[in-house]
Design a binder for this molecule. Structure first.
Ligand SMILES: [Fe+2]
Length: 304
């Protein structure tokens, strides 16, 4: 049985927790500060900073910022020398022969727009969602309570030292606010290998549900305010409006993908064909070929 056949991994989950050595981690984090950032995948991000740092990939060259499918195991880049502790943790915890890439995602006062990974891959008949390209695993190495991830209609925080499997084929997003960057290590592993077999440390992988954050239902008056604010939508404000819509699901009980439905809706209200077309094109760029409506998931209060 491969991990994609195992329904424990049909959505994101917490795999394990490790105790990080604070002093050795602090030394590595100093090294991270001076590392070259990649602008790859920049079209997903908004806010002050979101960047990735390549530590291991197919070529061993940190300038290759795209995570890709290939035969064989990841090669450490020059930058890995600056994070000897994180590389040691990686080799202690995982079977690195299955490793395809290792990166650090650096997010500060901003986030990643809701999107689905891998949507351009073929969907098998009868499959409920896209096939996985990787087994993507996060480890939080610097974070605070204002750093949140989302998956469809759920929101969660990854604690320092938590190892979390993230199912990129489901709509997901992140947001991070604070005085310091939120830093996660991201490992991409061969998706054909069963999750437990990725772990060298036997018994460490114990999948369990993430602790979801409770949010308030969206009041009817809030929804009306949101849609009326969109009346100011124009070609120059479209991205900013989308970003503000995208942040709402972190504080209200709505699905991550709802921001695109709202964007199309307000473009229709403004009644400009080019705006409607652009809003639909943006929705497709981030979510792929889906006609699914996300707004039906929003549970509105009837008053307030
Ligand atoms: Fe993603």
């Amino acid at each position: 049985m491969t991990s994609k056949d195992d329904n424990r991994y049909s959505s994101s989950c917490r795999l394990a927790h490790i105790s990080l050595d604070r002093d050795r981690l602090a030394s590595d984090l100093k090294g991270v500060e001076s590392m070259e950032r990649s602008a790859s995948y920049g079209y997903f991000q908004y806010g002050e900073r979101w960047s990735s740092i390549m530590l291991a990939n197919h070529s061993g060259d940190a300038r290759d910022g795209i995570s890709k499918i290939y035969d064989g195991s990841a090669l450490a880049t020059e930058q890995m020398k600056l994070v000897p502790y994180l590389w040691e943790v990686t080799r202690d915890v995982f079977e690195c022969r299955y490793l395809k890439s290792m990166r650090i995602f650096d997010a500060l006062n901003g986030g990643i727009l809701p999107h689905r990974d891998y949507w351009d891959l073929e969907v098998k008949p009868g499959a409920s969602h896209q096939p996985k390209r990787f087994n993507r695993i996060h480890l939080a190495i610097q974070t605070n309570s204002n750093c949140l991830n989302s998956e469809e209609d759920r929101v969660y925080h990854i604690n320092l030292g938590d190892i979390v499997y993230l199912d990129g084929s489901r709509t997901h997003a992140c947001i991070a606010y604070g005085n310091q960057s939120r830093l996660h290590v991201i490992w991409d592993f061969d998706p054909t290998i069963q999750m437990e077999k990725l772990f060298k440390a036997k018994g460490l992988c114990k999948p369990e549900k993430l602790a979801y954050i409770t949010r308030r239902a969206m009041a009817k008056s809030e929804m009306e305010l949101l849609l009326s604010s969109g009346m100011l939508l124009s070609n120059v404000s479209l991205q900013v409006v989308l970003q503000s819509f995208a942040a709402i699901h972190f504080v209200r009980e709505v699905s991550a993908g709802a921001c695109y439905d709202w964007l199309v809706k307000v473009a229709q209200m403004v009644d400009k064909a080019d705006l409607v077309a652009e809003a639909r094109e943006i929705r497709h760029r981030y979510l792929g070929d889906t006609n699914e409506s996300f707004t039906h998931i929003a549970r509105h209060q009837s008053h307030g």
